[in-house]
Design a protein. Structure first.
Length: 209
């Protein structure tokens, strides 16, 4: 039974899992969620939080990027050095991970509000945009130093999630990265990896009528 990764090609949380699957050489089927606004858990591989991604295995289904990546690592034929969030024992590295995930969540809030018809100038989006921009500004000032503190590795959840977060800002038009040269350099370096190139953001085509 092949593993099934349920998600969207336009989702930064899904892209984290897809990069791990590619880097760790774990075969899987990609199941696209088209009805992202659905309130049915069945659409999201049974995830009651109605989020992507999920990974369905013969033993059960794993919900969320971090859970999925851990399971992919357990199933990988590669003996890869990996750095997980619990390995980030310095405030700089731990805060980099926290602000990356907070920025990603703020981006989801904005995208879903846009789907509901709200404009970016709506009062309800003032704080999500402030959170997102604040996270990006902090990462511009601190991400390089945080990554320099990480041990030898093939992948860290921090750098994969930071890459997916920042590229999503461009893809969704949530923030301009040109004023953030250190982050642009990070994106160029990590983006040269084949796994990053093969998982580029796109909008999944609609299913046949």
């Amino acid at each position: 039974m092949p593993l099934t990764l349920t998600g969207r090609s336009s989702s930064h949380f899904t892209r984290i899992a897809r990069i791990y699957a590619d880097e760790l050489e774990v075969p899987h089927v990609f199941n696209v969620v088209h009805a992202i606004a659905s309130a049915s858990a069945d659409v999201f591989a049974g995830n009651p939080s109605l989020r992507v991604p999920s990974l369905t295995t013969p033993e059960g289904t794993w919900f969320g990027s971090l859970n999925v990546c851990r399971e992919l690592a357990r199933r990988s034929p590669r003996d890869a050095l990996l750095v997980w969030p619990e390995d980030l024992t310095h405030p700089l590295t731990a805060n980099a991970q926290e602000l990356t995930l907070e920025g990603m969540s703020a981006g989801v809030t904005i995208v879903m509000a846009r789907l509901a018809g709200l404009t970016d100038e709506h009062a309800a989006l003032e704080k999500p945009f402030a959170r997102l921009r604040g996270a990006a500004a902090w990462l511009e000032a601190n991400l390089d130093a945080a990554l320099a503190r990480l041990p030898e590795r093939r992948l860290s959840f921090l750098e994969v999630s930071a890459f997916c977060f920042l590229k999503h800002l461009e893809f969704r038009g949530l923030a301009a990265l040109e004023p953030l040269p250190k982050l642009c350099a990070f994106l160029a370096a990590f983006g040269a990896r084949p796994a990053a190139e093969r998982t580029a953001y796109r909008f999944d085509p609609a299913p046949p009528a």
